[in-house]
Unconditional design. Structure first.
Length: 425
């Protein structure tokens, strides 16, 4: 069995590759495989899409002209309904006075249900155009000299191969880089926490769905969800085969009834240099440490307790003052200050206070802090050209390979790879 193009991963990076390639070479055979039943990343989790550079575009690889050119193509395909942003002047002015900034980003929001529908529609469009999908099939290895992809079901011969396994595919990508002899560099990590509060305490979301504040010391707000919004936990593998949870958030589309809550992350970007070999290992260990403290669950703490320097307890989440329940109920009430490295905590707490000055109320005693929220970006391959080619005939794109940090940039990465394979760059 041989295909002109095989794509591992049906997230936005893989879909971007498949659409761009089919449009350019309709007669060629294309196969997309995914170990899951459908694209598993943000496309199917809240699906807010950002159409303003540099959101989602790692600056090591992207400059504005190229990102903006490709964002036009991404827009054409995804047909986003850009949300309006209103009444932001006062927040932007306050932020500026405090040494922070509010980025104005063109966004759309489909919600988890809307994103799943979009992913299904994209798959059907590709199938109608003649591309083949194989879901529930896991890529295991590549035999480069034979141009063969080995999966848990079979061996597939390819002319060109794109590996786009996303964040959940780090281990696979790392193994592949080692076996193919692709050199790589360690990436940054984002470490922080997620806040959950009443929408009334963070009313900016009525005017701007996912407000992007940047604070000093490389702290930023990230992934805001409101309407029918929930905090969730995701399981990740640690190097020793153990596991840890990172919290995250999502919301459903605006069709259902709102639960009146908002959640968003505050993340600090950390770049490790020598002598530490792997920032990712460091972050994973923090995740495991939090698991240890939380008895196998993430930690949660009310801001009121945190301010007083005391841990939260189960009772904390029942008292009258605390007038809403945690949407991620399985977390363990505890003391985040014991679990988070102090330099990171200081930077984040300072940012929280700045945010509370910009939007008074967000640090209401009832506001819940969840820890940890960890974003890993995988080791970055050293590419042999600007189209993310890692070995001749093999491209590595998307969040897994560090060429993106969001849906639209992942899709743009896929188009860029195809432009390279067609000699159009
Ligand atoms: C819960 C969550 C919510 C998010 N919300 C947003 C958001 O609202 N907006 C936004 O811009 N970004 C969001 N993101 C980030 C976003 O998902 C990523 O930036 C984007 O999906 C990256 O695209 P990708 O194609 O590189 O990877 P992914 O979308 O992760 O897709 C990779 C695919 O590869 C498959 N795969 C992995 N390993 C293998 C293997 N060995 N064999 C076969 N298949 C494999 C996976 O099953 C997966 O479907 C979110 C991420 C998560 C986890």
């Amino acid at each position: 069995m041989k295909f002109d193009l095989v794509v591992v991963g049906t997230g936005p990076a893989g879909l971007g590759v498949a659409f761009a390639y089919r449009e350019a070479r309709p007669a060629d055979s294309v196969l997309l495989i995914d170990r899951s039943s459908l694209s598993t990343g943000g496309l199917c989790n809240d699906c807010k899409m950002n159409f303003t550079y540099p959101i989602g575009f790692p600056l090591e690889y992207w400059e504005a002209p190229e990102a903006e050119r490709l964002l036009v193509c991404v827009r054409e395909k995804l047909q986003p309904r850009i949300l309006s942003r209103n009444n932001l002047g006062i927040y932007a002015t306050r932020a500026q006075k405090l040494g922070a900034s509010l980025l104005e980003v063109q966004q759309s929001h489909l919600g988890t249900d809307g994103g799943i529908a979009l992913a299904r529609d994209m798959k059907e469009q590709l199938e109608r155009s003649g591309a083949a999908f194989s879901l529930g099939e896991k890529a295991l290895d590549v035999r480069e000299p034979d141009q063969v992809l080995v999966t848990d079901r079979r061996e597939i011969r390819f002319e060109k191969l794109v590996i786009a396994p996303g964040r959940k595919g780090f281990a696979f990508l790392q193994k592949l880089m080692d076996s193919l002899g692709v050199p790589y560099v360690d990436n940054v990590v984002d470490i922080g926490l997620r806040l959950e509060t009443r929408e009334a305490n963070y009313p900016i979301v009525r005017d701007y769905y996912d407000p992007k504040f940047h604070f000093p010391q490389k702290v930023r707000t990230f992934c805001t969800n409101s309407g029918r919004a929930f905090v969730v936990k995701e399981k990740y593998e640690a190097a020793d085969g153990g596991a840890y949870f990172s919290v995250n958030g999502h919301a459903f589309s605006q069709r259902g009834q709102s639960n009146g809550l908002v959640n968003f992350a505050l993340l600090k970007t950390v770049r490790f240099t020598e002598p530490l070999a792997s920032g990712q290992e460091f972050a994973r260990m923090l995740g495991q440490q939090a698991m240890l403290m939380g008895g196998g669950q993430p930690l949660m703490q009310r801001v009121g307790d945190f301010r007083l320097g005391k841990r939260s307890k189960k009772e904390t989440f029942n008292e009258d003052l605390y007038d809403f329940s945690a949407t991620l109920s399985g977390c363990t009430p505890g003391d985040i200050a014991l679990a988070m490295p102090s330099k990171i905590l200081r930077a984040i707490w300072r940012s929280m206070k700045l945010l509370d000055t910009i939007i008074p109320g967000v640090l209401h005693p009832s506001t819940i802090m969840y820890y940890p929220e960890i974003k890993l970006y995988g080791n970055r391959p050293r590419f042999i050209d600007g189209s993310f080619q890692a070995r001749p005939g093999i491209w590595m794109v998307g969040d897994g390979a560090g060429t993106s940090r969001g849906i639209t940039a992942a899709w743009a990465s896929g188009i860029r790879a195809v432009e390279g394979m067609l000699g159009r760059r």
